[in-house]
Ligand binder design. Structure first.
Ligand code: ARG
Length: 361
């Protein structure tokens, strides 16, 4: 029998989209989380108020009570995913206050809370992103033993070209683009960088945005790495501070696309036969700390399969939206975790979903 073009039978890594039945998933950890050193590339995706906090607390741990509350919510997510039949894997805890360096720079770390930002799974490939933040340079260390295990099991394991993160990667004297002007990234095309969370997978079609961490060289590297079986589409979104596409464009199931009401000015043409719905207004109260994201983290959900969605327990409007769309919401408290810069999609990497490579457009 001739081998399939992409013969993934037996690989422990195999996931083509955001909705096939979940079999194995990595869930992040907040332990040891620190505010990173303050620099332009870290500041760029943040709001002015968030920048002030990052500047003041640079290098210091996140508040211990907030870490504990978020850890508890992560543990609840783990239980939910196990009850849904998925195998759950966790990173190894690390102290992110330790410093490290390379010629020309030194840094301390951030956290291992968001495996989605680092690990890009495309079919039987698991790809380590060459991240633009110096504080995330060793992000993959937390997952190293898992990556080796997946490799032994038959997965394809690769990493983007190891970045130098030299000063030339960062735009000198960068400032925000004035209101209404085209996006002005804080990073240059000095070398390829990307975060995995700037990519969104829909079978043969993969959507990506340029952002404050993902440049065109990074996108081109992924395109060549994954080959002709996939089409990588660069989408234009109206996000003033873009970093990670998964609070803007969220495919829930074949034919069901959830969008941010303002950022998606034009739905990408590939979705023309899909039903498109706007995410409901977030219900996170104003006083609740969100160190790194907007309130639209409410749309950062995780599909367990085409008809089951993990949703924040207090987010009644999102639960209603799911129900009205034939999807059963599985509530999980996650508001304390949200403070750290993500929700269910960010906090996870779906390593294996039961399904095959196909086109949905
Ligand atoms: N930039 C998005 C927002 O502020 C949040 C995206 C978070 N995603 C992630 N994978 N960490 O609305």
């Amino acid at each position: 029998m001739a081998a399939e073009p992409e013969d993934t039978i037996g690989s422990p890594v195999r996931s083509y989209n955001e909705w096939d039945p979940l079999e194995e998933v990595i869930v992040g950890a907040v332990d040891g989380a620190h505010f990173p050193p303050y620099d332009a590339v870290t500041a760029a995706p943040l709001s002015p108020a968030q920048r002030a906090v990052f500047k003041e607390r640079a290098g210091r741990p996140f508040p211990a009570d907030e870490v504990a509350a978020a850890r508890d919510e992560l543990d609840q997510l783990v239980d939910i995913l196990k009850n849904q039949g998925a195998r759950v894997r966790r990173p190894e805890p690390r102290d992110h206050g330790r410093s490290y360096g390379a010629p020309g720079w030194s840094s301390t770390g951030l956290y291992d809370a968001m495996p989605r930002d680092l690990l890009l799974v495309v079919g039987d490939r698991i790809i380590e992103a060459p991240m633009a933040w110096r504080s995330r340079y060793f992000a993959s260390s937390a997952y190293r033993s898992l990556l080796k295990e997946y490799f032994h099991g038959g997965a394809r394991w690769s990493a983007g070209p190891r970045p130098e993160l030299a000063d030339d990667l960062y735009v000198e004297g960068w400032t925000d683009q004035p209101d209404g002007e085209p996006f002005r990234s804080v990073i240059t095309e000095f070398e390829p960088t990307f975060d995995a969370a700037d990519f969104m997978r829909c079978g043969r079609d993969i959507f990506v945005q340029r952002s404050h961490v993902t440049n065109m060289m990074g996108i081109e590297w992924v395109r060549r790495e994954i080959g002709d079986e996939y089409q990588v589409h660069v989408v234009e979104l109206a996000d003033d501070h873009p970093m990670h596409i998964d609070a803007s464009l969220m495919p829930l199931a074949p034919g069901k696309l959830l969008i941010h009401p303002d950022r998606v000015v034009e739905v990408p043409a590939q979705f023309k036969n899909w039903e498109v719905r706007r995410a409901p207004e977030p219900v996170i109260p104003d006083g609740h700390p969100l160190y790194m994201t907007s309130k639209w983290i409410n749309m950062n959900i995780l599909m367990v399969d085409e008809t089951h969605m993990v949703v924040e327990a207090q987010d009644i409007p999102m639960r209603r939206l799911a129900e009205s769309w034939g999807i059963t919401p599985i509530p999980c408290p996650f508001r304390n975790f949200n403070s750290f810069g993500g929700s269910f999609h960010c906090a996870t990497t779906d390593v294996r979903r039961r399904g095959e490579l196909r086109s949905y457009i």
